[in-house]
Structure formats: structure tokens, C-alpha cells
Design a protein around this ligand. Sequence first.
Ligand SMILES: C[S@@+](CC[C@H](N)C(=O)[O-])C[C@H]1O[C@@H](n2cnc3c(N)ncnc32)[C@H](O)[C@@H]1O
Length: 219
Amino acid sequence: MISSENYRAKEHYRSAGVAESYDDERFSTWYGRLAHRIESAALAQAARKYFSGSGRVLDIPCGTGRLFPVLLEAGLKVTGGDISDAMLAVAVKKFSGNPDVQFQKIDAEKMAFPDNTFDYVTSYRLMCHLPPAVRSRVLDEMVRVCRKIAVVNYHVAVPTPLYFFNRVFRPHTAITHPLKAADLKRELAARSDIEVLDMRPLSWFEQSSLLVVIKKRNG
Ligand SMILES: C[S@@+](CC[C@H](N)C(=O)[O-])C[C@H]1O[C@@H](n2cnc3c(N)ncnc32)[C@H](O)[C@@H]1O
């Protein structure tokens, strides 16, 4: 049996204080608003291009449901999954009245869903926190529960001024397990169960944050 490794993001977001201040702390400054806008726009663009305009999507980890508006706008029924009750509680507060949104406490490493449960899977700001073996297991699970397309955000080490700015002035945002883009490409290309349809930086401004569009090979 594979034993799970611990990593900071698995514990950190379980605190109610962290969860309740997440949106404000990360996304209310000019920089945070810009980052949120860029991330939302990249997801909306991927949804327009690769999703059919209906179907079920699993957003894992959903955190506070920050990206639900994009998925709802794309015409999808959303299941938000997260390992943290505290983060889910914030998301529930924001979206509980919405009949197109469901919530479930889920460990991304071993999800309690049958194969192909969702048409689509989306994942932002998780892979960068994971040790390599966990990252690979989490992608296994995302692909297993997904029927068509997964849109996954990865962070790569790019020596841009922004990368160094973040390391010095915003150390809490520092990527715990940065990858080289070439290694990520190799890691994904080695899998026979997926095809990478697109891999690109979220914007010219944020070259280290990539959006990867993955098609599941069925059968
Ligand atoms: C930086 S937040 C990102 C949340 C959201 N995707 C966003 O972009 O705002 C990281 C989230 O990963 C969740 N998390 C960490 N490990 C997890 C796991 N194994 N399964 C599910 N969620 C996990 C944390 O609880 C936290 O909500």
C-alpha cells in the first residue's frame, strides 16, 4: 500500500482563521486582484475552448470556491472538493443557495468517486504544494474520475523578476516544489492515459504559473 506524505498545504488550510482570511489576504490587494483576474480569465478561456458548455465538473481543491463563478458561467454543474472543512465552510457560505453547486470533503490523493464520474476536472494552486510522488498520485486520481478534459495549474521555476520578487517579499506564496517546465513536459508525456492538448503560462505577466489542458485517453 502507498502511504501518504505530509506537506504543508494539507494542514495549513485546515485552520478556520486561515480559511476565513484566505480570499481577503490573497486576493484583495491590487496584486491579488490582478492574479485572480488572470487565473479566472485563463480558466474561462480554457472552458470556452475545451468544455462543451454543459456537464459536471469537479474543482479540486475548491478552497473557498474562488473559481466557481467561472465554471458556473461556463454552464457547468460544479462539485467543489477540498480536504479542509474550514475552506469548504467558507465556500458553502458563499454558494450554498446555488442548485448547481455541491460540496464534498475529498482527499485528492484518493477520491471516493467511481471512474469517469465527472466530464471535467479543474485544479488550481495545488500541484505546486505537492512532493513529486504525491503530485503524480493526485494526477492519477484526477484522470481516473474525469471522463474528458482536466485543466490543471502547475508552477514552474522561471527566473523572472516576479519570481524573485515573490521569493523575497511574498515568501508565503513561494512554490514549495517548483518544477522545470521541461521536466513537467517529460513527466506528462510519459503517461499513456493522457494527451496534453495545451500547456502555456497563464499570462505574459505570470510566466511561472502554467495552465495545462489534459485530454483523457479512454479505453
Ligand atoms: C492555495 S489553496 C487553493 C484553493 C483554490 N484552488 C484556489 O485556487 O483558490 C490550496 C487548497 O488545497 C487544499 N488541499 C491540500 N491538500 C489537499 C488534498 N490532498 N486534497 C484536497 N485538497 C487539498 C487545501 O485545503 C487548500 O484549500
